[in-house]
Design a protein. Structure first.
Ligand SMILES: [Ca+2]
Length: 302
């Protein structure tokens, strides 16, 4: 091989060769050099194989609203590009005070398979707005995901139930979460699309739905919107009986009772008091002993 190259190079250097032949020879020399170099490639491939794991996310950036009930996050795509099935771990790390629904994905990954895992990202209300970075690692793979925390939204309607913690005795998930009852949407035609709360204990009363304030608030009125649409009228599917209670100090105080309701909306007005939480305790539905359904719960000072 080398002697052939020497002859070709000598011919290339000779002044007698015509230009066309020199070009042809030059191409041949280049090809021979490539072949010689190509012979070295297997040595490179013989080094230890890189990790077969792959990491990706379905979005390039996550926006976070630092309030309860904000539904935000990303999908982790955790794959095995190798030829062998493996058990593998992916670690997800977020800087304080961000919170992740999970920090570890540990899974069996068949060869060629990519696992998709939803990761929720949240932040407390006092999180300074700005850019944060989530780090994902698996094997020798490492990935950074930018997170932009926005300023906490402010409700200017006076509804104290917006953007605070909400909880319930039970939730009929995924379509009827407690968060749906404080999302600002009172429209019963949206029922079933996460905009209203439905308990998950059919045939069992009472149920309860609660909002907890960041600090004690003066409350004097609770508006409850139960299910009421052309398809699901309140006098057939809505709440019939419930108590409104306020958490004063360590005790629940019943501030209003609603009985025999057939309407889609009921406003309970009572003497204002200072409470750290408000809840409705449901007693019965116009459908009979089935479910509690609340499209929106609003709490005001008066
Ligand atoms: Ca709602």
């Amino acid at each position: 091989m080398l002697s052939t190259l020497k002859i070709m190079l000598s011919t290339l250097r000779s002044r007698g060769a015509d230009p066309a032949r020199r070009r042809s020879l030059a191409v041949t020399v280049a090809a021979v050099v490539l072949v010689v170099l190509g012979g070295a490639v297997p040595a490179i491939a013989a080094r230890p194989a890189a990790s077969p794991l792959t990491l990706a996310t379905d979005v390039g950036q996550v926006t976070v609203n630092p309030v309860p009930c904000a539904n935000q996050g990303f999908q982790l795509l955790f794959g095995n590009a190798g030829r062998k099935d493996v058990y593998a771990d992916a670690f997800i790390e977020a800087p304080e005070p961000l919170r992740l629904s999970r920090s570890l994905v540990s899974s069996y990954l068949p060869a060629g398979y990519t696992l998709k895992v939803a990761i929720a990202v949240s932040a407390p209300r006092d999180t300074p707005p700005g850019r944060y970075t989530i780090t994902l690692t698996a094997g020798d793979q490492r990935l950074s995901l930018p997170v932009d925390v926005e300023p906490a939204p402010v409700d200017d309607s006076g509804d104290l139930a917006r953007y605070v913690e909400v909880s319930a005795s039970s939730e009929n998930l995924p379509n009827y979460p407690a968060c749906g009852a404080v999302d600002g949407d009172r429209d019963s035609t949206h029922w079933g699309t996460t905009t209203g709360w439905n308990d998950s204990t059919k045939g069992s009363f009472p149920d309860w739905l609660r909002v907890t304030f960041d600090k004690p608030e003066t409350v004097g009125r609770v508006d409850l919107y139960t299910l009421d649409s052309a398809k699901y009228p309140a006098d057939r599917y809505g709440l019939r009986d419930w108590d409104v209670q306020a958490l004063v100090g360590d005790g629940w105080k019943t501030v209003a009772q609603v009985r025999g309701n057939l309407a889609g909306q009921v406003s309970s007005v009572f003497a204002p008091l200072t409470a750290s939480a408000v809840r409705v305790v449901t007693q019965s539905s116009n459908e009979g002993v089935t479910y509690s359904r609340v499209v929106e719960l609003e709490v005001y000072a008066s």
